[in-house]
Design a protein around this ligand. Structure first.
Ligand SMILES: [Zn+2]
Length: 288
């Protein structure tokens, strides 16, 4: 009853749309629906009303209008095919990931998806990108014989562009990497790779803790003279302890130079930031 009342209240347009929709739903995909004139007659509405109803179904992807031929029920497989546009300014890796996600989700629903970026063909873009990544990875494999945790997340794209034309001896490169990993003065291991690639010229990449012999001698002389005057050890850490070494005067060869303020905390490698410690204390501080 309600339905009848509802239909009775519906406008001619709504009646035409409902009738058309029923016709579309019961027809096979691709079936011809005839012309708008024929539809208008069949539904008992004006041609204007029929056109408005058809336009609404077209907008919903249920019907297509083929110029000069007439109206057709849309092929379901055509409805399932979609083109996805990704913003052109997405970062490469996320763009690829997003494209993959879209494809996967679509294929689960049986749909085909063609992916394009805002500037053109995404498939081509992804192909080129994969080829690029492959060249970068091949280059890394060729230059570095091993793998270190610190290699993860380096700016390999930039390093590849900067150093790919340089010839390297992989044996020597890796030997140097290992040596620098074992060097207690290297405080920034992530810098080792670019340091070696660049021919070991930029020590700043490593945040190296190093004092010159001249600096060490100067600091040693000052510290030792002061300690002898006060009757304590010339290692300031021994001097404040209660060990047998509290009054020991170490020889310069038994001591090492230490940054009073650590390199990693912005301390400079100059004499104002240098103290000589006995080897035991220096090692203990260096490991901190
Ligand atoms: Zn000491």
């Amino acid at each position: 009853m309600k339905t009848k009342k509802g239909i009775a209240k519906a406008s001619p347009y709504e009646r035409a749309e409902a009738k058309l929709k029923k016709a579309v739903e019961s027809a096979a995909p691709g079936a011809a629906l005839g012309s708008e004139v024929a539809l208008a007659k069949a539904c008992g509405v004006s041609r204007m009303t029929a056109r408005k109803a058809v336009d609404a179904l077209i907008a919903r992807g249920l019907v297509e209008r083929r110029a000069g031929v007439g109206l057709f029920v849309r092929d379901a497989s055509a409805v399932k095919r979609a083109i996805v546009f990704l913003a052109g300014n997405l970062l490469w890796e996320p763009a690829i990931r997003a494209a993959g996600e879209v494809r996967r989700a679509a294929s689960e629903k049986g749909a085909e998806v063609e992916i394009r970026d805002a500037h053109g063909d995404m498939d081509e873009f992804i192909r080129e990108l994969k080829a690029y990544f492959t060249s970068v990875i091949d280059w890394i494999d060729g230059v570095f014989k091993g793998v270190k945790d610190e290699m993860c997340g380096l700016e390999w794209g930039r390093l590849y562009e900067t150093y790919r034309k340089t010839a390297y001896n992989p044996e020597r490169v890796w030997r140097r990497v290992e040596e620098l990993y074992g060097d207690e003065f290297v405080t920034y291991r992530r810098g080792i790779f670019e340091y070696v690639l660049g021919g070991e010229k930029e020590a700043r990449l490593l945040n190296v803790r190093v004092f010159s012999d001249k600096e060490k001698k100067q600091v040693y002389a000052r510290q030792t003279a002061d300690a002898e005057k006060r009757g304590v050890s010339n290692c300031p850490l021994c001097a404040v302890g209660h060990e047998a070494s509290a009054k020991r005067i170490w020889k310069i060869g038994e001591m090492g130079a230490d940054h009073v303020t650590a390199w990693s905390k912005g301390g400079a490698t100059d004499i104002s930031n240098c103290q000589m410690l006995c080897k035991t204390h220096n090692r203990a501080k260096g490991n901190r």
